[in-house]
Design a protein around this ligand. Structure first.
Ligand code: PLP
Length: 410
């Protein structure tokens, strides 16, 4: 795995990109997959009975089969191509949730959800009269498992939970939560947006009912996302969007829809992006999760240790617990936006804000944080340069220079 695989770093050799939790850069293999499809085989799918149309369909359906294998799904028919995780979560809430939930139901979610896995459920609860239960985090930034046990035992129809928090980096024990939720007959919806590029996912082993992710956070293009759903559930669901591509027959009196997954793919799909998603997942697979986990853990350690040595920095998220390679933090007396603006000027990309997780920031009593997040292309040098930049930011904004080890050794 190497920075050299990513053409963005040829165009910007000095760029230190630590914003992969927002979106990842693209390897040449993915750029090539897009370019090759558009320049050699472009056509839309499921329509043309001419060779190029058939080839496009073959590539698109091949991508679906690859995603299914990557996720450990039982069948490619359980994989629906959508625009992103947000669309997939809205689809689940609307196509499964709305017809199945009413005033007697409880929707259990967590305070660490991205707005994409919170707002569809909040709206559904408001409109159907279902109760929305929001599980808290502990002081250590982990999901409060006591509260989870208690609330799930009190009855739940759905558990909507993220696999990895995009703010805290917390990795949630999905299999354990799924077992508790299933004991109450709940459907388990897992947001895998921050997980898929960083750790192995097996939807069958984790016993999820729905699992979603966005391609663009896993080295694939924008505009392609995935909903995996258990076939029994998908089969019962009405389409979310209606239009071309997803029908069996349409007449003035009666319309019938295709079976899943095509029932949920109304309109011309993101064919090139789906094919390039396969390229991205192949790229990840070829590197292997052992090596990704090892490298990201080493960089995370360096990041956490370095941040811990900068006076006035407080780190969010679990200590001494499984966490992803993303770290949100605060610096005493310096606004997060000033830090990210200052680093940005130096060619270091990090994100500041509430990262589409406003309820979490509200619960923690903080307006915003800075987030540095690791991808497959990051190096120890990236992390060291970032830490030095942060010390400079501190010196500038607080008027103080502390001689820490890394400052002194520069
Ligand atoms: N869920 C999590 C945990 C995320 O971090 C994000 C994006 O930041 C999303 C969902 C939404 O992803 P998208 O904007 O690609 O739909």
């Amino acid at each position: 795995m190497s920075r050299a695989d990513f053409p963005i770093f040829n165009a910007h050799p000095e760029l230190i990109y630590l914003d992969s939790a927002a979106t990842t850069q693209k390897p040449q293999a993915v750029v090539d997959a897009l370019s090759s499809f558009y320049s050699k085989s472009y056509a839309t799918v499921h329509r043309g009975v001419y060779p190029m149309g058939e080839r496009a369909t073959e590539l698109y359906e091949g991508a679906r089969a690859y995603v299914a294998e990557f996720l450990g799904a039982k069948s490619a028919d359980e994989v629906v191509f959508l625009r992103n995780a947000t669309e997939a979560l809205n689809l689940v809430a609307e196509a499964w949730g709305r017809p199945n939930l009413g005033p007697k139901d409880r929707i259990v979610t967590t305070i660490m959800e991205h707005h994409s896995n919170f707002l569809p459920w909040q709206r559904l609860a408001r409109q159907t009269g279902a109760e929305l239960v929001v599980l808290p985090v502990t002081g250590n930034g982990q999901l409060d498992m006591e509260a989870a046990r208690r609330e799930l035992q009190a009855g739940a129809s759905v558990l909507a939970v993220t696999m990895v928090s995009n703010v805290l980096g917390t990795v949630n024990p999905i299999a354990c939560l799924a077992a508790m939720a299933h004991a109450q007959g709940a459907v388990v919806v897992v947001d895998g947006a921050q997980a898929v590029a960083h750790r192995p996912v097996n939807v069958t082993q984790m016993e999820a009912d729905f699992f979603v992710f966005s391609g663009h956070k896993a080295y694939a293009p924008t505009g392609i996302g995935v909903l995996w759903g258990r076939s029994e559930l998908l089969a019962q669901m009405e389409p979310f969007l209606v239009g071309g591509e997803m029908v069996n027959s349409v007449s003035l009196k009666k319309t019938t829809f295709l079976d899943p997954p095509h029932r949920f793919e109304a309109g011309t799909p993101a064919v090139a992006e789906a094919i390039a998603l396969k390229g991205a997942l192949e790229y990840i697979k070829n590197i292997g999760f052992d090596s990704i986990l090892g490298q990201e853990a080493a960089l995370l350690e360096l990041l956490l240790t370095g941040l811990g040595q900068i006076p006035g920095v407080s780190i969010l998220g679990p200590e001494g617990h499984l966490r992803e390679g993303l770290v949100s933090f605060l610096m005493d007396g310096v606004h997060p936006h000033d830090i990210s603006g200052f680093l940005g000027e130096k060619g270091i990309a990090v994100r500041a804000g509430f990262h589409c997780a406003q309820p979490l920031h509200e619960a923690l009593g903080i307006p915003a944080t800075v987030r540095a997040s690791i991808g497959i292309y990051n190096t120890e040098d990236d992390v060291r340069t970032f830490l030095r930049g942060l010390e400079d930011a501190r010196a500038l904004f607080t008027g103080e220079r502390q001689w820490t080890t890394s400052t002194a050794s520069r």
